[in-house]
Design a protein around this ligand. Structure first.
Ligand code: HEC
Ligand code: HEC
Ligand code: HEC
Ligand code: HEC
Ligand code: HEC
Length: 468
């Protein structure tokens, strides 16, 4: 009140001062009441945000069924259930294709066939199960049934190892290994698929990414635990333990890297291995396979010992600007959303292009149209070069086939097959990666450029007169 006193010098002033005092006191009281109410509200909401669930049920390290976790975390569970949605984007998502269920395969809806979309794939994979059935991938809810009923199960004997990335395996591994995760993993790898399949009940579930007591992220997949340890060792970090040494932001990608990676089965025991001990770039992985003298199958038309790349999302993302800037898989594929005062992670894992406003606009101040167009420009360029690479490889395959029929000498054929192996793996690395170049645009087209070069070099070798 001091300042008012100073300004008031008359009696009139004194009276006014009294009135003013009452008015100010009244405003202050009102403000205080309002403020307190607001404060209580904020505190309640903070409390809500810090402890965003009531523990309706007890969850332990053996609670496999996501529906039980869903009682404590209904918002995340509801979104998780929505991974059954099938929506097509220009290059991603998936189409819901109806089919008539039969005795062998009860599915009434599947995703579109990539082999029908592009028959060149059948030539490239001739003699391998992938040339029989290969579909667009769809939501997490389908992972177990799509694996169980793919025709690749019919044309080839698949091992128990397959379920590592297609089911909730944490509890089954622990049971099988008598409390030892790695032992359970090893035991299931060497089973037949049919045997292993009987031990699992759900597609990926809460327990595969979360600790039941703290809800913190954790990695439960042995092949990732071992793969990332080998990778870190190659970078000079010994005995890396992902669950104690990774940062929270790293974990927001590592939980996805548990499955969205290139892999192979090692030895007679069919151990699942992520080939990362020389690094994550396609050349590092190829060098690993060369050293291991590994091949997936012998090409039916050329006799080349070739490799098949599988969904290297984690590896390609690692080479891109988003990874370099610390942007995690979950930032785009499980974008934050608000529900009341809560900020939750969208467990409806899907194409971010179906959710641009949350998945991209939190960081990029551009319109939805512009962001979509930037993404599709990258994808369109990758797709065009992927087509050139595919033509080049099919040309090489045809040339080797003809050269073989013409009775050319072994030196030339062997050299050409080596080029086929390289060209094929590089092309497949981008083809099998599911972002059509978006995760690392420049790296993707670099790889395709190298692939085209290998295919054409293979053709040049066959044209060399000394190889006639
Ligand atoms: C900066 C955002 C961003 C990050 C980070 C990111 N992605 Fe993506 N991802 C995309 C976009 C955009 C697409 C293309 C979607 C489309 O074509 O509909 C995509 C596509 C995919 C697809 C195919 C989806 C579909 O609907 O066909 C998978 C699977 C995927 N990403 C997994 C991952 C994994 C695993 C990581 C981390 C290792 C990751 N992504 C990191 C943005 C991102
Ligand atoms: C390292 C983890 C991993 C292993 C091991 C694995 N998968 Fe998958 N699989 C995935 C991922 C990730 C996708 C989705 C991305 C894609 O389709 O490219 C997928 C997709 C699929 C699909 C649906 C798309 C398609 O190809 O038609 C089938 C079927 C499938 N896998 C079968 C198998 C079989 C059979 C095995 C064992 C030989 C196997 N998977 C082993 C991770 C794995
Ligand atoms: C246990 C292995 C596993 C883990 C862990 C996993 N995925 Fe998948 N993911 C798959 C498989 C298998 C499919 C294909 C399922 C099918 O086609 O039936 C798939 C499909 C997808 C798709 C395609 C969805 C669509 O609607 O087309 C996206 C996107 C995706 N995963 C992103 C992620 C992200 C991001 C993470 C981490 C938060 C993650 N995945 C963790 C195995 C896994
Ligand atoms: C593929 C891995 C994965 C699966 C499966 C998964 N989550 Fe999550 N969850 C995440 C990620 C990533 C986050 C973000 C964590 C962070 O930023 O620390 C998260 C966060 C959460 C949180 C913290 C609040 C929030 O939303 O950010 C809760 C609660 C949660 N998940 C519940 C569940 C439940 C319930 C299920 C099963 C229905 C489930 N999660 C399945 C990956 C997964
Ligand atoms: C968590 C923040 C974050 C999110 C989420 C994010 N971005 Fe980015 N994005 C970045 C950063 C950081 C860069 C690097 C450029 C820079 O520093 O400005 C970048 C770069 C890009 C580039 C340039 C790529 C290149 O190779 O030069 C494109 C295109 C892009 N983002 C599109 C998207 C789209 C589409 C989405 C949603 C699917 C998305 N971003 C989500 C942070 C983000």
């Amino acid at each position: 009140m001091n300042r008012h006193s100073e300004k008031s010098s008359s009696k009139d002033g004194a009276a006014r001062q009294g009135l003013l005092f009452v008015a100010v006191a009244l405003v202050a009281a009102l403000a205080a009441a309002g403020g307190a109410a607001l404060l209580i509200n904020i505190m309640e909401r903070k409390q809500e945000a810090r402890n965003p669930f009531y523990r309706v049920v007890e969850i332990t390290d053996e609670t496999e069924d996501p529906a039980i976790w869903g009682k404590n975390f209904p918002l995340q569970y509801d979104d998780y259930l929505r991974t059954v949605d099938q929506v097509r984007t220009r290059f991603g998502g998936s189409e819901a294709v109806p089919r008539t269920p039969d005795d062998v395969d009860p599915r009434s809806i599947v995703a579109q066939s990539k082999l029908d979309e592009d028959p060149r794939l059948k030539t490239i994979w001739a003699g391998y199960a992938f040339a029989v059935d290969f579909r667009e991938e769809r939501g997490h809810a389908f992972m177990l049934e799509d694996q169980t009923f793919t025709q690749r199960q019919i044309v080839a004997e698949q091992p128990g190892t397959c379920v590592h990335c297609h089911a909730s395996v944490y509890v089954p591994y622990m049971k099988l290994g008598g409390g030892d995760l790695i032992q359970g993993f090893e035991a299931m790898n060497s089973m037949s698929y049919a045997e292993a399949r009987k031990l699992v009940n759900h597609p990926i579930a809460c327990i595969d990414c979360h600790s039941p007591d703290t809800m913190q992220l954790r990695v439960t997949r042995p092949a990732f635990i071992e793969g990332i340890r080998a990778l870190k060792a190659s970078e000079g970090i010994e005995n890396y333990d992902v669950n104690t040494m990774a940062t929270r932001q790293q974990m927001r990608s590592y939980v996805c890297g548990q499955c969205h990676v290139e892999y192979y089965f090692e030895g007679a025991e069919k151990r699942l291995v992520y080939p990362w001990s020389q690094g994550l770039r396609v050349e590092d992985i190829l060098a690993y396979y060369e050293a291991a003298e590994f091949y997936d199958w012998t090409h039916a038309e050329t006799g080349a010992r070739v490799l098949k790349a599988q969904h290297p999302e984690f590896e390609l993302w690692n080479q891109g600007i988003h990874a370099r800037s610390g942007v995690a898989c979950a930032d785009c594929h499980m974008a934050y959303k608000r529900v009341g005062a809560l900020k939750i992670s969208d467990h409806h894992v899907r194409s971010p292009l179906l959710n641009i406003n949350r998945a991209c606009q939190t960081c990029h101040r551009l319109s939805e149209e512009e962001l979509k167009s930037r993404a599709e420009t990258i994808q369109g360029r990758t797709f065009a070069l992927r087509n050139s690479a595919m033509d080049a490889l099919v040309d090489l395959i045809n040339d080797i086939k003809m050269a073989g029929e013409a009775g050319r000498n072994d030196a030339g054929l062997t050299a050409a097959r080596t080029f086929q192996r390289k060209a094929q793996f590089l092309l497949d690395f981008v083809e099998a990666e599911n972002s059509m170049g978006f995760h690392a645009p420049q790296e993707a087209v670099r790889i395709l450029g190298e692939s085209i070069n290998y295919s054409r070099q293979g053709q040049v070798v066959l044209r060399d007169e000394k190889n006639f």
